[in-house]
Design a protein around this ligand. Sequence first.
Ligand code: NOJ
Length: 914
Amino acid sequence: MKAGLVSALAALAACGEAATTPKVTPRDELAYSPPFYPSPWMDGFAEGVEYMYAKAREIVAEMSIPEKVNLTTGVGWQGERCVGNTGSVPRLGLRGLCLQDGPAGIRFTDYNSVYPSGQLTAATWDRVLINKRARAMGFEAKGKGIDILLAPVAGPIGRIPTGGRNWEGFSPDPYLTGVAMAESAMGIRGAGVIACAKHFVGNEQERFRQAGEAQRFGHDISESMSSNIDDKTMHELYMWPFADVIRAGIGAIMCSYQQVNNSYGCHNSKLMNNLLKDELGFQGFIVSDWQAQHNGVSSALAGLDMTMPGDTTFNSGLSFWGANLTLAVLNGTVPAWRLDDMALRILTAMFNTNLGPDQLPDINFSSWTLDTDGPVHFVANENFEVINQHVSVQEDNANLIREIAAKGTVLLKNEGALPLKKPKFLAVIGEDAGPNPKGPNGCADRGCNEGTLGMSWGSGTANFPYLITPDFALQAQALKDGTRYESILSNWENSATRNLVKQDNATAIVFVNANSGEGYIAVEDNQGDRANLTLWNGGDELIKNVSSICPNTIVVIHSTGPVLVTDWYDSPNITAILWAGVPGQESGNAIADVLYGRVNPAGRTPFTWGPTEESYGTKLLAKPNNGKDAPQDDFTEGVFIDYRHFDRISEEDPDSAPIYEFGFGLSYTTFEYSDLKIQRNDIGEYKPTEGETLEAPILSNFSTDLADYVFPDDVRRIEQFIYPYLTTAESAEEASGDLNYGQKPDEFLPPGATDGSPQPRLRSGGQPGGNPLLWDAIFTVTATITNTGDIDGEEVAQLYVSLGGEDEPVRVLRGFDRLSIPAGESVTFEADLTRRDLSNWDVVLQDWVITEHEKTVWVGSSSRKLLLKGTLDFAAGPEPEQPEEETPEPETPEEEAPEEEYPDEETPEEEGEE
Ligand code: NOJ
């Protein structure tokens, strides 16, 4: 993309915009989010919380209203050391909780690691690596004193290929993202840190996500955009990964900035009360995105449990909650059981993660400065002490980071150029191979695009401890091999580049990139989202120039999603193409591992590479389309994003066929697929969940005398800090000192919002993740995969299913495994198909239903290399039980035989032992 040209176009577009201000659509014609009340209270018997709920309940029963409010309300932006800090409960020895970004490493600290992006990690299709990455990040967070890590990300899922934050998440496929979310949640929790899945839901583009931010970029809107999503699409696509992460026991979920069906994400009772807490049985707490709360009572009743950073807008010193929540409980607009439920959810998540009051680690960093000494209360400039202890938490995570980055790298094309074997002469070309002249952390929140792309921009960033550039690693390898090595770390040195790559024996590796990030930063003309799908800094011209001269040109792409390769990918002079995503600190080492064959590539693209931007069928809502009111983004494509869209249209329009399809990637060896078997398992019928909940528990009585809640004399007031105490006992209207909560409950509360009586259970609900019978494995599919080459390799076998019926995707991913297969050997691929995998969401019944349409399964190496095919036979009974094989005699003498050699029931009981 040429920056100048894009600015000129943007200016033209802006003129056009002013001339034709769009009409405002009447409110009753807009997409509508139905109310759902009351807010579901915790189910103390639900799987995963049954033990810690009781402990939390005992404690909450003893807590005062201000103590409970303190758990729910942040102390204000930069009020303490973390990106978000709750109030404390000194009586219980509970310091304020520390919430910190982010999804690819700890934000704002030092001596931490920078991991490959979620997107590149998804490209490994390796559950174990995904889990290990999250666990390692969790331990780094723990080592810094963080209690809640603001990761992983499934929203955006990647509806729009130019979406700014797609790299923070995993893949536009909900199954792959769901697996990655669940593994990440378990990994983070395994390290003793609460994971926070974000952003629920529909935050698919950065532009217009927050009206204020959009105004700063010159967009004249007064409300944030609305993502208008229908019920089927919500269930089958956007909610799907959240169901997985809830089932995996995640402790927290962050609601999103923008509106869904014209109700703000953090006030939306349909999203929070109905979908998350009732249907998906979420027993953790919902925390707002930073400043995504726009009022107090309605967000509490709609299901929000924690507000961040706690002030109404950054540093206003006012809060929608804090004292206002205390007052709202006292005057009955928020029922006491709702506040109790918020506190119960937070404490249960803590206890479930071994974070009791005496187990919280010391916070040893400050987000707001890397200076050693400084103020604990940064914005108030108070409490000076050592605030950065510069604790190294990196351990040996560099090895894992390098492994993930190499194993996620996707080999898109290889005409025999790779792996490199001591090439005679290596010419490395492009800015993206070298360092940022300002240093790896030279741009705040990585808000620039200079040097190699190791980390994109926004809140999902971390400070590099170092950054191995491709130039550094490849030169080191060249020196070892006796290879002549020259690099030109610029995209604009045309004649020097031509003179270099035209020389005989040149293997040219061109490094190019395309970057994006979060909406509060614009880099060139990319306001978070990418302005287009082309490479940055003249990358396309660079590739074309080099490959027009050098017959052995290898292209490496670092990017936050697909780029257009249409103009050059099939040039015979381009002998290999690799996608290396956003790789983190070990970038150069990882790409060298793949280029030189130390890692045999098995990354598979987690998104489709279309021929044009239009071919994706979804695009950014670029201009306000509803006057100054909330821009309306109708998700009219339904579930047809990414490969589902390409599969649907490419039969009619072959020109729109992807260049590289979802799931595609090459290896240095070859594989064969054979012997598909589909086994029907013996499982019971689906039973809708029935019955009623218990009533909302009343845990304690409390005084309604305002005087009991006035700011205590012995508490020191810190400037701009948010407290739970009232300023006066004289008048309820003024008691909170800021916003007016004088209305009477029945004047504005939604019907049913304060009703604590038993509520009917939803048929699709029942346990965390939904009706537990949805996870019954109806079929087990197996196939044999053989490595037919002469080097060891890894293959990602993929299972696709067509659910059948009109207006349904041609096929959807429903299983995968990354298999390690030595040369010449075979392994068995196995995947279960659960009831949920085979169901569609029935919008009338409000439940998952297996339709009568024939269901085909394929096992293959990508969404279009479907090598084995079969049909699911629901009528078939389960396989007859095989007669049990005799236990083979252990080869070792009996007394030395390890215990595991005996099936459990046959382990001989030792006399005298219990
Ligand atoms: C806003 C971002 O949307 C969110 O992802 C992040 O966790 C918070 N800011 C805190 O930095």
